[in-house]
Design a protein around this ligand. Structure first.
Ligand SMILES: [Zn+2]
Length: 428
């Protein structure tokens, strides 16, 4: 692995401190030096990338990823994809995330039992290209809950993208099975979802079922994450020690107080772009604004914006990502969430970038070595053409992401004209 010096870069280090001009030296898979100014670091024997003022920032983390969603206009397409095609699709999509600067992803449930685990292992072993990845279980639900897609006359459980359990012992068995498969987290569906025909404010799982899932996961040091749109489901998460709360749309004062009290433990990944795009940008697929208003999405979006603004003020960690992988919100466009954090939630562009980088390292459970441009940290870096603080949408444009480095290795090489290899002999 050659050592690389990025020189003449404008560094957004991910911590929230203002950007500065400088140089970053990568040795092996780590950031060895960060210096202000130019020509501060000796270049003997190093590949020098003169970035001509481009932005260098940490790789981004997607907090709620479903590689298995297949960019189609509904849930059926996910369930109808046979496992052989599905694993190839996931491998293909994992690389797309890396192409777009997402060097880490938190799996939020695959559509088949072992997809996430197999993809995580294949990435980690170098068999396929993809971001650092935490594997989730399938979505565990109860009869009539989100991800139970069985029909009364065709009760084939394999068709559902979730696993359906009823009662404490079935929950325990399902959780133990996924832990045996080697997941990093158990995913529970604690509320509904309009597109599946189930109201967002429906909260179908009992406290006893949630408690046993958390008990089994914690016993093995694993995390629990939940699809939780309703106010009651958010409270279930907080009562039972669930760390990763997805959506969190509907809140009341009590829920907000509980979220704030747990703010150093929990992460909220709302999937904001899913709500916006489904509400207003899916007409082509029959989901006109009239339809989505009737379904309930417009009201939920309004409530979610209010809830998330309040959480942000209270210091709750809110991260980008969530439910990309449908026709109107395809994989790879995930930085739309950063744009919408600014547009709808009042984040500064810097806060949106911190959410995608520093907080990303935290949700990946590597807070002391991932998510910052900092000496000693893992070299997951993006070179961006332009200033994402002036235009946050740059991060959605593959052409403006000049280079992607993961673990000290270029996934996408910079096409910087002055990039050159400087050998020791050539140094005066
Ligand atoms: Zn999801």
């Amino acid at each position: 692995m050659p050592n690389v010096l990025f020189t003449n870069v404008r560094i957004i280090d991910g911590s929230g401190t203002p950007p500065y001009s400088g140089e970053v030296l990568v040795q092996g898979n780590r950031i060895a030096r960060v210096a202000k100014g130019v020509r501060a670091i000796a270049t003997a024997g190093i590949t020098v990338i003169d970035a001509a003022g481009a932005t260098l920032m940490p790789g981004m983390t997607e907090a709620h990823t479903h590689f298995a969603w297949n960019d189609q206009p509904g849930l059926n397409a996910i369930q109808r994809m046979p496992p052989e095609e599905h694993i190839l699709w996931c491998a293909h999509i994992a690389e797309r995330y890396l192409d777009m600067g997402w060097t880490s992803c938190v799996g939020a449930a695959p559509a088949k039992a072992r997809l996430d685990v197999v993809i995580r292992n294949a990435i980690a072993s170098g068999q396929i290209k993809g971001p650092r990845y935490l594997a989730a279980s399938q979505e565990i639900t109860v009869p009539g809950g989100l991800a139970d897609e069985t029909l009364p006359h065709l009760p084939f459980p394999e068709f559902s993208f979730g696993v359906v359990v009823s009662g404490v012992e079935e929950m325990r068995a399902a959780v133990r099975r996924f832990l045996k498969y080697g997941v990093d987290a158990i995913k529970l569906n604690l509320s509904g979802e309009y597109i599946a025909g189930i109201p967002a404010e429906f909260t179908p799982m009992t406290d006893a079922e949630v408690a046993v899932a958390v008990e089994e996961a914690k016993l093995r040091g694993k995390r629990v994450q939940a699809h939780a749109r309703s106010c009651e489901s958010i409270k279930q998460c907080l009562r039972h020690g669930i760390d990763v709360i997805y959506h969190a749309s509907f809140t009341d004062e009590e829920a907000l107080d509980m979220l704030e009290a747990a703010k150093d433990r929990i992460f909220v990944a709302p999937g904001l772009a899913w709500l916006v795009k489904t509400s207003y940008h899916a007409s082509q697929w029959g989901l006109t604004p009239e339809v989505t208003a009737r379904m309930g999405y417009h009201r939920e979006l309004e409530m979610a914006i209010e809830s998330l603004k309040k959480m942000h003020k209270r210091g709750v960690r809110i991260l980008p990502g969530g439910d990309y992988g449908f026709a109107w919100i395809p994989h790879g466009s995930n930085a739309t969430d950063l744009e919408y954090f600014v547009k709808y939630l009042g984040f500064t562009p810097m806060e949106a970038i911190v959410a995608a980088t520093k907080l990303g390292g935290q949700i990946m459970m590597q807070p002391d070595e991932l998510g910052l441009v900092k000496e000693g940290y893992l070299a997951d870096l993006l070179l961006v053409d332009g200033d994402p603080l002036a235009n946050i949408t740059l991060l959605q444009d593959k052409a403006r992401i000049l280079a992607v480095m993961k673990d000290g290795t270029f996934h996408r090489q910079p096409d910087v004209r002055s990039a050159r290899s400087v050998m020791p002999a050539s140094v005066a």
